[in-house]
Write a protein that binds this ligand. Structure first.
Ligand code: FES
Length: 68
């Protein structure tokens, strides 16, 4: 049997300049309906308030800007 090494990257949260909030890494995410996604993922959350598919960023911030 081979010796396996498992590395788990911690989740990273970044506020992107003039853009969304990026959450990247291994984590659980529960949306407002209670649906949970788990594991390694990369999510972009809207922080401009203009996305038509909240909580996800749909690129609208490029038109309306992001308040800082
Ligand atoms: S931050 Fe991208 S649509 Fe709101």
């Amino acid at each position: 049997m081979e010796n396996e090494t498992t590395s788990i990257s911690p989740a990273e949260v970044r506020i992107l300049k003039n853009g969304p909030i990026l959450i990247k890494g291994v984590f659980n995410f529960r949306d407002s309906s209670g649906k949970i996604t788990s594991g390694e993922q990369e999510l972009y959350l809207c922080r401009c308030g203009g996305s038509a598919s909240k909580p996800w960023c749909d690129g609208t911030h490029n038109k309306i800007g992001v308040p800082d």
